[in-house]
Design a protein around this ligand. Structure first.
Ligand SMILES: Cc1cc2nc3c(=O)[nH]c(=O)nc-3n(C[C@H](O)[C@H](O)[C@H](O)COP(=O)(O)OP(=O)(O)OC[C@H]3O[C@@H](n4cnc5c(N)ncnc54)[C@H](O)[C@@H]3O)c2cc1C
Length: 169
């Protein structure tokens, strides 16, 4: 069934409805992290998007007022670690309430915390930030990358999934 036509009885698009829609968009999961005045901060994200290839720019959307958002804005640099399928615990961990201090999941790269054995990683400098609604769009200039040949952790319908090849037609 397609989208019903708009009419006087169309439901207003509130946050619950938007969540229901976006829950159906399957994504990978990444950890964004920074070091601010010697303290590490990290958050699980699935808002990671490639913005531009030349220059190399990516974005993440971070909740206004969250520790990691504020720390990245202060530090002006952050790392992005794309999680592999065995990293579900990291995603749960950095979506939770424990501070990121002394977490063995990290190793230092260019002075920033980066997930060990991540599927891919980027070191970024904050190019710009823009407040939009209840989030901040953080655009990062990518200054260093690495990638492995592994399979990704997926997030869909509020749960974690693994990649499965499509059935042959
Ligand atoms: C798959 C997935 C994708 C997600 N994608 C996004 C996304 O794209 N954008 C987004 O904004 N969120 C996203 N989230 C949610 C995000 O991971 C959580 O909101 C996470 O808690 C943010 O980390 P934070 O420390 O910056 O948050 P905060 O809201 O600052 O902190 C969360 C909790 O931890 C405590 N805490 C954190 N750091 C400290 C500290 N240093 N000292 C003391 N207490 C601390 C806080 O008091 C609070 O109780 C996603 C979550 C999941 C599971």
């Amino acid at each position: 069934m397609g989208m019903p036509p708009a009419g006087p009885r169309s439901a207003p698009v509130d946050s619950a409805l938007l969540r229901e829609v976006m829950r159906r968009f399957a994504t990978g999961v990444a950890i964004v992290a920074t070091l601010d005045r010697g303290t590490p901060y990290a958050a699980s994200v699935n808002s990671l998007t490639s913005v531009s290839l030349e220059p190399p720019l990516i974005l993440v959307c971070l909740k206004i007022g969250s520790h990691t958002c504020a720390a990245i804005q202060r530090a002006g640099r952050f790392s992005v670690s794309v999680l592999a399928e065995q990293h579900e615990e990291h995603s749960r961990r950095f979506a939770g309430s424990q501070p990121a201090v002394d977490d063995p999941a990290f190793e230092p790269v260019d002075g920033l915390p980066v997930i060990r054995d991540a599927l891919a990683g980027m070191i970024c400098e904050v190019e710009s930030t823009q407040r939009k609604g209840d989030h901040v769009i953080v655009i990062g200039q990518v200054v260093r990358t690495h990638h492995e040949h592994d399979t990704p952790l997926l997030f869909f319908n509020s749960g974690y999934h693994r990649l499965a090849p499509a059935e042959p037609a």
